[in-house]
Design a protein. Structure first.
Length: 120
């Protein structure tokens, strides 16, 4: 059985996935592991590949979800994205977005913010 932090994070990713699909994007990967770390979600919109980092918090007591994507995490994520792009030989447009989820585990309508092009 997964511990609470893993269940909470997985819930946040499922909330983000619903938002991505509702926006009309095609989901092409979930929890994609690379030697540089994991990419939470990968989607396509037309010819553009979008890599998503999902940050989930129940409160802002220790900072907002978007503040959790610090420089070191951005660097790891960028390396993971570059590795993935090389592995699948993708030559088109791409970007990295952040989806911040605030709420309680299982909450029906958590607060969701989508930040586009957070690295670059």
């Amino acid at each position: 059985m997964k511990k609470y932090p893993q269940r909470f994070g997985a819930w946040g990713e499922s909330v983000a996935e619903e938002k991505i699909l509702a926006a009309g994007f095609e989901l092409v990967g979930k929890n994609v592991r690379t030697p540089y770390g994991e990419i939470d979600l990968i989607a396509r919109s037309g010819e553009t590949m979008i890599f998503f980092e999902v940050k989930t918090r129940s409160t802002d007591e220790f900072g907002s979800p978007e503040e959790a994507l610090n420089f070191k995490k951005q660097e790891h994520l960028l390396h993971a994205v570059m590795y993935y792009l090389q592995e699948v030989d993708f030559q088109g447009e791409w970007r990295v977005d952040l989806i911040a989820v605030r709420g309680k585990l299982g909450q029906q309508q958590p607060e969701v913010e989508w930040f586009e092009n957070v690295i670059g």
